[in-house]
Write a protein of this length. Structure first.
Length: 402
């Protein structure tokens, strides 16, 4: 039984990382691909944008379908689409083919990101769900933080196509493991849930639940903060602070690993203090980190330490947010866990996309713009939590009445 649980955990780890690995591994190779295809930087950035577009929208497809027919079949279909898209990227000879491949890759990889949360909710509940989510988050960070480094070394020893070869092998492994390891976990599937009217009703039901939306809003803002510094730091640390690309890669990887610190703390004490207190604590830590970064920026201090120490503190705080907010949001909605997970994931990625777009419009000569975005994210999330705790005394559980 223990070996079976370990294998199940490793499987969830594999599929949950597919989306971010597909997004990040090829980042170091972007300039090389630009030169090989004789295209522009803007077109290469578009290949990133279309991936995230497909990735986010796919959450709204796989979740409701998985509520109707189960988790396994949509996941297998999504992984198949991801393999096709990755193959197109691998064998592409121009930017147009690469972009088409990236769209398909994003739509397909979204299956893993959308459904692993629903599978978790199918198997675990309450504080146990928060604990397992935290341990899974810790494991994922190790691989996700290493993704750009993996891409860098693949590019160094081989060429840019090696990045997509790696992703193709990874996606095929996910497909095989899904076929032979995953059993159906959805106990509430009914064909009527495929009807558009039913899907819209479920989505509207979730969107009108103050508790669900408060948790989702927290994650949207926290993830928005993370994408803000991911968008900003490559330029701020390399162009302004003058770190080399390799130094930047290692600094980013080390900072990302501090998510493990927060994850371990959360996993150890969440059952004692409860997810609500851990959520508020995480937001307060993020707020303190943002204020510290803003203080140093306004004081004219700019170096790797005064930027990365607040970022690391922010990461530790945000590690309290994701697993606890997910557990709190999903707990009342076991019968529509797929739709709930889809909406939750879509809103999270939407926050990242919006903040990343905002940061791309700002000239970053120092850390002040980033600090302001982080401060706003943490402050608004705190307001949402306190507003909900004061005004929402109950939540309507399950599925909406017909």
């Amino acid at each position: 039984m223990k070996n079976s649980a370990t294998l199940f955990f490793l499987y969830l780890f594999l599929i949950s990382c597919l989306g971010q690995i597909s997004s990040d591994v090829y980042l170091p190779a972007l300039p090389t691909i630009r030169n090989v295809f004789d295209t522009t930087e803007q077109w290469m950035q578009l290949s990133l944008a279309v991936f995230m577009l497909g990735f986010s929208i796919s959450h709204l497809i796989y979740g409701p379908i998985s509520d109707a027919i189960g988790r396994k079949k949509p996941l297998l279909c999504g992984l198949g689409v991801c393999i096709i898209g990755t193959s197109l990227c691998l064998f592409s000879t121009n930017i147009s083919t690469l972009i088409i491949g990236r769209i398909l890759q994003g739509v397909g990889a979204g299956a893993g990101a959308a459904l692993f949360l629903s599978i978790l909710r199918d198997v675990y509940q309450g504080n146990e769900l928060a604990k397992m989510s935290s341990f899974l988050g810790i494991s994922r960070v190790i691989l996700l933080a290493s993704a750009p480094l993996i891409g860098s070394y693949l590019l160094h020893f081989f060429d840019w196509r090696a990045c997509f070869t790696f992703l193709l092998i990874y996606a095929i492994m996910c497909l095989l493991c899904t076929e032979f390891i995953l059993g159906e976990t959805n106990k509430y599937m009914h064909s009527h849930k495929m009807h558009i009217k039913h899907i819209v009703k479920n989505v509207w039901h979730l969107m009108t639940q103050g508790s669900f939306m408060s948790y989702a809003f927290c994650v949207t803002l926290a993830f928005g903060g993370i994408l803000a510094w991911l968008t900003t730091l490559p330029f701020l640390l390399q162009d302004v602070v003058k770190l080399t690309p390799i130094q930047f890669g290692w600094v980013s990887a080390i900072a990302g690993l501090f998510f493990i610190v927060g994850g371990f703390i959360n996993a150890l004490i969440v059952e004692r203090f409860g997810l609500e207190k851990m959520l508020v604590t995480g937001l307060l830590i993020m707020l303190i980190a943002s204020i510290a970064m803003l203080f140093f920026g306004l004081a004219g201090k700019i170096n790797a330490l005064v930027i990365m120490i607040p970022v690391i503190i922010y990461i530790i705080g945000s590690s309290f947010i994701f697993s606890n907010a997910y557990a709190g949001a999903m707990h009342p909605f076991s019968e529509i866990a797929g739709t709930a997970g889809a909406v939750f994931g879509f809103l999270q990625i939407l926050g990242g996309a919006v903040s990343s777009f905002i940061m791309s419009l700002i000239e970053n000569y120092n850390q002040v713009p980033l600090a302001i975005i982080l401060l706003l994210s943490a402050s608004l999330a705190l307001v949402a939590v306190f507003f909900t705790n004061r005004n929402c005394n109950h939540v309507v559980t399950g599925i909406p009445k017909k």
